[in-house]
Design a protein around this ligand. Structure first.
Ligand SMILES: Cc1ncc(COP(=O)(O)O)c(C=O)c1O
Length: 370
């Protein structure tokens, strides 16, 4: 099959005149660093969009996760349950605070942390669960919150990939104690690099604002009553964030539609498995990914063939237990391995057109055969 296609975007940011306008404002007013009006405005508007009482803008999704664990007092001796299938940044912050990650398997159909595996991993030292709404697919939050309540555990949602996804009509990131977001360049909206931590606990939100500003007590000059961090977002980043937030609904609509198109084209292949949604969940589909459940499929070779046709793709995250320094923390994770070996992330940037996505689906279908 021969198609002519314009450049295809995997997960590239969608930036335009509005972003330029806000950025110019930041520069014109000379507020380029952490002081400036756009940071609190972005926090406020993001909190409103998400439906949380408090939001603190930080430097990245990783710092959001770190500060959440730190704020909750999770330290050496504590254990935190995480899924095997995630970006490494979900797990490293647990080590930063000196606690122990407990890496468990995911569900084979949703690709998200399996609540049954969470139950099995609980010990007297367990302090928290970090469910990751992988690629924009909400986790089984009813079950996770039930477990957390029963065992008195904190829930820190890694919503870095799921901005806009909902569960029981609530935004992911607002269901647990904390929600952590990333505005890295490849995410639904970007601030270049940045993140946000949200919570309904306004006291904790205030304390986090203080912690990320070197725990500085401004009323006494350079006085720091406790150890803090320099994790603040800059005014330049918040300028981008405000522009992107105004356009978020369009981005979401496009991504959700792209998944539908891929499904329409590929669903008749019996071995193609899209991530399944739980009841009451609505994914944002930051990336549309599929598992090609065929024993003889070689994902690396398939990706090369797609590349030859100008189609970029992405590998699925390597199960965390593969990392030498994490091996000792991992349970056996057969589902995560199968998804890693047979899965692929398809072009999902909102810069693509519907037509392009349809053609990518048809080329993939032709490459895979019956
Ligand atoms: C699942 C997951 N967790 C955490 C992060 C960390 O976010 P950041 O890159 O903004 O630090 C990312 C994104 O990069 C991610 O995909």
């Amino acid at each position: 099959m021969k198609f002519t296609m314009s450049k295809i975007f995997l997960d590239d940011p969608n930036l335009g005149d509005l972003e330029k306008k806000y950025l110019a404002k930041a520069i014109d007013t000379n507020f380029v660093s952490v002081v400036g009006p756009f940071v609190p405005e972005f926090e406020e508007k993001f909190a409103r969009y998400i439906g949380s009482k408090g939001a603190v803008a930080v430097q990245s999704g990783t710092t959001a996760l770190h500060i959440a664990l730190y704020e909750l007092g999770i330290r050496a001796g504590g254990e935190v349950i995480v899924p095997a299938l995630t970006f490494i940044a979900t797990i490293n912050p647990i080590l930063y605070v000196g606690a122990k990650p407990v890496i468990v398997d995911v569900d084979s159909e949703t690709w998200n942390i399996d609540p049954e595996e969470v139950k099995k991993a609980i010990t007297e030292n367990t302090k928290a669960i970090i469910p990751v709404h992988l690629y924009g697919n909400p986790c089984d939050m009813d079950e996770i919150m039930k477990i957390a309540k029963k065992y008195n555990l904190y829930v820190i949602e890694d919503a870095t990939e799921s901005l806009g996804a909902t569960y029981r009509e609530k935004q992911t990131g607002t269901l647990g104690d904390f929600g952590c977001f990333s505005f890295n360049g490849n995410k639904l909206i970007t601030t270049g690099g940045g993140g946000m931590i949200v919570t309904d606990d306004e006291k904790r939100a205030e304390h986090i604002k203080f912690l990320v500003n070197q725990a500085r007590d401004n009323s006494r000059g350079y006085y720091h009553p406790e150890m803090g961090f320099n994790y603040r977002m800059t005014n330049i980043e918040a300028a981008l964030g405000l522009a992107q937030l105004e356009r978020i609904d369009k981005f979401l609509e496009k991504k959700r539609n792209f998944r539908k198109i891929y499904q329409k084209v590929l669903d008749e292949l019996p071995y193609i498995r899209f991530q399944q949604e739980y009841d009451n969940a609505s994914g944002s589909w930051w990336l549309t990914c599929v598992k090609i459940d065929k024993n003889n499929i070689d994902i690396d070779k398939l990706r090369l063939k797609l590349k030859e046709k100008g189609i970029p793709s992405r590998k699925i995250f390597m199960p965390a237990g593969e990392m030498p320094y994490l091996r000792k923390f991992s349970k056996s994770c057969a589902n995560a391995y199968r998804i890693y070996e047979k899965g692929i992330c398809l072009p999902s940037s909102s810069l693509n057109s519907v037509d392009t996505i349809e053609k990518i689906g048809m080329i993939l279908k032709e490459l895979l055969g019956k």
